[in-house]
Design a protein. Structure first.
Length: 286
């Protein structure tokens, strides 16, 4: 909803011909071999998305819309009285279960990830591997205009993802970053930590796993009006229970997103640099 941004940030133009961030994402994904785009949205935003995003993408790729509804829940689960907000990123992915029938990537529509992550995921799928996550160095994902929340990644000896710890209110500090724990203690970070930016690769096998975890989550938290079923938390649970193995693919590409309205200027400057370096044509679609 873009509460900190102050509007629907997914339709904010950043390219030289008014291109949106999601257009660059779809462009990169198509070059890596992905063939369809499924947009998970709220039904009350359908008109804005179709007008602002869908009409631009549909000229270049097959687009399908999926509606994330607060009452679309596993069998037996009930909506808490007064709940109007959908149940978070894990619920959003599960909402696409009827539209996705092959290995797929998951991204945020308002984040720019760079081309190499899509290539890495496509290679991961071509090798017959299962789940994967594309991670980024923390220092590449901070905002100069406010704090951010990031999932800090822990790996095993083989470099596979073990756990994601959600950390809030991270800000740049000296040569790295810092955040304040709930108890008030300030923790320093180097900035080289690998973080999750919600860039995933899954097979359809993830849908029944998410359904079970969503049901368990709702049994615990449905009465909490602010509770959210986060995708990184769900995947960490699957890892800890030995039900999934997630390859951690690292990208050194520039990442940027639109958290605050002030981020738009930096995003436009980044796209201008990438175009000047020959990474993207201008206009994007020729």
């Amino acid at each position: 909803m873009g509460s900190r941004f102050g509007g629907l940030k997914q339709v904010q133009p950043v390219g030289p011909a008014g291109e949106l961030i999601i257009e660059y994402s779809v462009f990169d994904a198509m070059r890596a071999g992905f063939e369809r785009a499924v947009l998970v949205i709220r039904r009350d935003l359908e008109d804005e998305f179709r007008a602002g995003i869908g009409r631009r993408l549909e000229q270049h790729v097959a687009v399908e819309y999926v509606f994330q509804k607060v009452d679309d829940l596993p069998s037996g689960a009930k909506v808490a009285p007064g709940r109007t907000k959908p149940w978070g990123t894990g619920h959003a992915v599960w909402a696409a279960r009827h539209a996705v029938r092959a290995p797929f990537a998951v991204i945020n529509a308002d984040d720019f990830y760079g081309a190499s992550g899509y290539v890495s995921l496509a290679h991961n799928f071509a090798q017959g591997s299962g789940y994967a996550m594309v991670g980024y160095p923390l220092k590449q994902t901070l905002s100069e205009h406010g704090t951010v929340s990031r999932g800090l990644c822990t790996t095993d000896g083989a470099g596979r993802l073990q756990k994601i710890t959600e950390v809030t209110k991270i800000e740049p500090f000296e040569s790295g970053a810092r955040y304040t724990e709930q108890a008030g203690h300030v923790k320093a970070l180097s900035g080289d930590e690998t973080v999750s930016m919600n860039f995933w690769g899954f097979t359809p096998a993830v849908f029944p796993q998410l359904e079970r975890l969503l049901g368990e989550f709702l049994a615990r938290s449905s009465s909490n009006p602010k509770a959210e079923f986060y995708l990184p938390t769900a995947l960490s649970t699957l890892n800890e229970q030995g039900e999934s193995s997630i390859a951690l693919l690292r990208s050194e590409d520039e990442w940027f997103g639109l958290t605050y309205r002030e981020d738009v200027t930096a995003a436009r400057a980044a796209i201008t640099r990438l175009v000047a370096n020959g990474r993207y044509p201008a206009p994007l679609w020729g």
